[in-house]
Design a protein around this ligand. Structure first.
Ligand code: WTA
Length: 654
């Protein structure tokens, strides 16, 4: 199938764009000690539910489950029915009780260079203190807590304290605006908001508390705001509502008895962009989620507790941070790096210095960062000893073969296997990925569903495609970490994910995918109106509604256009209201600021063009496909369904 030269990762063939993809089998040394062997697939094939029951034994159950799966109320699953567990106990206490209290759980690296190591002992004490404080504030199981924090240990501690008490956390990415935070607080009716005075960003202390003040002003559900002092910058404190972490949590008792909760107790809500302007609160529960988080972290990353140093570069504001910084790794007794800042602060060497300093052996990141490293040049990683790395992971968007090969050669020393992991906020954990000790990988392909997971590529008529076919990615069997609904809107849950193939009862992922001639699975990207910018999901309509929120804009159309570094870039076309003057750059800057204010700086369009008209079908639907063609500089396809095909000359300024 492949020559030895190819297996060693020779880059010769990469110069020929049309060459057959090289195949990279794992080295015999890697295979010899790999956590996952071929028996995993065999066991899953023999009895899928029994297989998952077996995986659930990775956890400590206070009361055993009576059934593996109850799918009678589909599409709302119950996994590990009647089982009782405490998620935080599984992530923290258990390791201390097993004699690993002195193992470092978190090597924290602050952006300004401050560091802090927390052992499992330390983590247990901190989580207990936070849990005691949250209880003292009157929070009871089922209450929601919003967490709006940068990447500091207290963010993880706050999440685990919620899990310990059966509170449902809603982490909101600290890059989101006050208005985005407010809508998430209101939707979940959060009673507590945990935040910081400010965060370190590129050497500057940037205030965060003022956004919280703006967000909670008039928010009826919020009783308290708990503030960690991270930067020391001045903040306003509202008496009776705001509390300092160091005056409450730090002074609380460091012992706390965890209670077990039902396997289906809600663990968290995480908002993600859908195809409408309103973000969806994805609900995840406890037993099934933690089982799959733990199983995938162990097998896909080949993690070995007490030996590996693991680093997932995601932010806890996204699902990758939830599952592969907090729940998966900590359930497996990980030693991990948590880094607060940006990869180029104070300079582009930062990530590689951290890898070298802590001896990082497993490094999980996003393709957009790999492409950024490529742009900076290989001299930078080459200046460091990265030999500790033995496995690399990629997530968030398709990784282009060129970036994949560079990643393996330059960061992975031409030996570390790469796991290209496909999953979603909704799936909760990795679904499609190579297993590093078994799979001969192809650059750019996520390869195959994991043992225990079932996925298909189908066409519009639900016919499964064979090798060489491309169509829609569906998940045809329920899985433990699957979402259990959309907070407050179960109709939307059914409609969004389950109405595309109602007879078959398949979950529609919203991604296009293909099988290559060998049957390897390639995820091609979103087929709906969701953009993927640097691995962040942003909906076109969210940005459109932010733009039309500006008084000068009558109508807006937004598309994601291919971008060399970020995967996609946001391109907007706007029509101004009658009588509004087009002030050129000043107006464009104002519109970009409006989007940053409404959503987040990450949603700012790369380009905004003022146009006299938008291309529409006779039924009034904006033809985004054609706008995308323009944004990507392509020839236009079929324009016959347009009301006025000449509209394009106007848009292009001809
Ligand atoms: C995309 C992130 C190709 C995909 C964990 C999916 C990927 C969306 C991959 C989910 C991958 C994620 N290859 N595409 N390995 N991983 N995606 O919810 O379009 O932020 O539907 O979850 O990212 O993004 P989300």
């Amino acid at each position: 199938m492949t020559s030895a030269a190819q297996a060693n990762g020779s880059t010769e063939k990469s110069e020929q764009p049309d060459a057959v993809p090289q195949v990279y089998p794992p080295s015999p040394e890697f295979t010899a000690t790999a956590n996952a062997g071929p028996e995993l697939q065999a066991e899953a094939d023999a009895d899928r539910l029994e297989f998952w029951a077996e995986q659930a034994k990775r956890l400590h159950w206070h009361a055993p489950f009576t059934d593996v799966l109850d799918w009678s109320d589909a599409p709302v699953a119950k996994w590990f029915v009647n089982g009782r567990l405490n998620v935080a106990f599984n992530c923290v206490d258990r390791h201390v009780l097993e004699g690993n209290g002195d193992r470092v759980a978190i090597h924290f690296e602050g952006e300004p260079g401050d560091t802090r190591d927390l052992t499992y002992h330390d983590l247990l004490a901190e989580v207990s203190k936070a849990a005691n404080t949250f209880s003292d504030l009157g929070l009871v199981p089922g209450d929601r807590v919003a967490i709006y924090m940068p990447m500091i240990p207290e963010a993880i501690i706050a999440m685990l304290a919620c899990a310990r008490l059966g509170l449902t956390h809603s982490v909101v990415f600290a890059g989101f605006s006050a208005s985005a935070l407010r809508s998430r607080i209101d939707d979940a009716e959060a009673k507590l908001v945990v935040t910081v005075d400010g965060q370190w960003r590129r050497g500057q202390a940037a205030p965060l508390k003022p956004s919280v003040d703006e967000a909670v002003d008039g928010a009826e559900s919020v009783r308290n705001v708990l503030v960690v002092k991270r930067t020391g910058i001045d903040v306003d404190i509202t008496e009776g509502r705001d509390l300092w972490w160091h005056e409450t949590v730090d002074k609380a008792s460091d012992t706390h008895e965890p209670k077990p909760f039902d396997s289906e107790h809600p663990l968290f809500i995480l908002y993600t962009s859908g195809t409408t302007g309103k973000p969806k609160g994805i609900i995840h529960t406890s037993g099934g989620y933690l089982t799959q988080a733990s199983y995938t972290h162990h097998n896909v990353f080949d993690h070995k507790a007490g030996q590996d140093v693991y680093w997932c570069t995601a932010d806890i504001g996204w699902v990758t941070g939830h599952t592969y910084i907090v729940y998966g790794p900590l359930s497996n007794g990980v030693t991990q790096v948590v880094y607060e800042g940006t990869p180029n602060s104070p300079d582009e060497h930062r990530h590689f210095q951290i890898i070298e300093k802590y001896g990082v052996s497993i490094y999980y990141t996003a393709p957009t960062l790999v492409r950024t490293f490529m742009k900076w040049g290989r001299d930078i990683p080459d200046a460091h000893d990265l030999s500790s790395i033995r496995l690399l992971g990629s997530v968030g968007e398709p990784i282009n073969p060129e970036a994949w090969k560079w990643f393996r050669e330059v960061i992975g020393g031409n030996k570390a296997p790469i796991v290209d992991t496909w999953w979603q906020t909704e799936t909760g954990a990795i679904m499609i990925s190579p297993l590093p000790g078994i799979t001969a990988t192809k650059p750019g392909s996520a390869m195959a569903p994991l043992p225990g997971i079932s996925a298909k590529i189908v066409d519009d008529d639900a016919t499964e495609l064979g090798n060489g076919g491309s169509g829609y990615l569906v998940l045809d069997k329920p899985w433990p970490a699957m979402l259990r609904g959309i907070w407050g809107d179960m109709d939307r849950y059914r409609d969004t994910y389950w109405s595309r193939y109602p007879e078959q009862g398949w979950y529609f992922a919203g991604d296009g995918a293909k099988y290559d001639e060998d049957g390897a699975l390639w995820v091609l990207g979103r087929v709906d109106d969701v953009m993927n910018v640097s691995g962040h999901r942003i909906s076109t309509s969210e940005v459109e509604s932010a733009l039309v929120g500006h008084h000068g804009v009558a109508e807006a159309a937004v598309v994601g256009a291919a971008d060399e570094t970020t995967g996609q870039g946001i391109v907007a076309f706007v029509i101004l209201r009658e009588g509004v003057e087009n002030t050129g750059d000043a107006l464009i800057a104002e519109l970009k600021a409006e989007v940053a204010r409404e959503i987040s700086p990450i949603a700012k369009p790369r380009q905004i063009t003022v146009v006299p008209e938008l291309p529409k079908t006779r039924s009034g639907k904006i033809m985004r496909r054609l706008l995308k063609d323009i944004a990507e500089g392509r020839d236009l396809g079929d324009t016959s369904t347009l009301v006025d095909p000449k509209v394009f000359d106007a848009i292009r300024g001809k």
